[in-house]
Design a protein around this ligand. Sequence first.
Ligand SMILES: N[C@@H](CCC(=O)N[C@@H](CS)C(=O)NCC(=O)O)C(=O)O
Length: 218
Amino acid sequence: MMKLYYGPGACSFVPHAALEVIKAATGTDFETQSVKLHKGEQRTPEYLAMNPLGLVPVLVEDGKPLTQIIAICDYLDRRFSPAGLLPTGTWERAQAMSTLAWMNNSVHPTFTHVFRPANFAEGEAAQADVRQLAVGKFREHMERIQSMVAHASPWLLGDKLSFVDFYALTFMRWGGFAGIDPASMPAYQAYVERVADQAPVASAMAREGIKLDTFKAA
Ligand SMILES: N[C@@H](CCC(=O)N[C@@H](CS)C(=O)NCC(=O)O)C(=O)O
């Protein structure tokens, strides 16, 4: 059985929600293992043997680990095409991968600068600068997603939920931690609430013990 190693609320939510969509569409079950990132469980010798980068997610298939969200999403879509996680047209699929790649290689690392500024600068003042700049950049990325949401019908790629919807939900939660009020992006917020209401997404959120309530007014 496939097994996903995930950190509650982390980017691993993208393949996690996808596995729930696959389960609903095809009946294929999966196992999960929660990895508590704040406790450093991603850096134990056992975990590093599976993923030397010490990151979630890892998908284990037939005892073999697969890392990197884009590779995991591509694998899941090809293996379980009836779940409809990516468009089938070659061009449309490439466009979807383009959005997914942007989320993974631009939006996501921007938040890493918010969350772990000590990885990017020495000294408290420099780290505060890194964080502040990254919050502004992250907000710009969220606004770009909000402009995509304006064309969602009803989901970002059309009539089927996809990886990019799960990433969009994850970013809104992260934005809340960064002090970005979801109410300041009402179209994005309403869309994320709809995504969260879908049964497979709700199941993954319940397993991770997460909600959309990350923003706390100052
Ligand atoms: N490029 C990687 C990024 C994975 C990543 O950044 N994972 C974060 C959680 S969102 C992580 O495991 N962080 C643990 C740490 O920094 O120690 C992927 O696509 O899988």
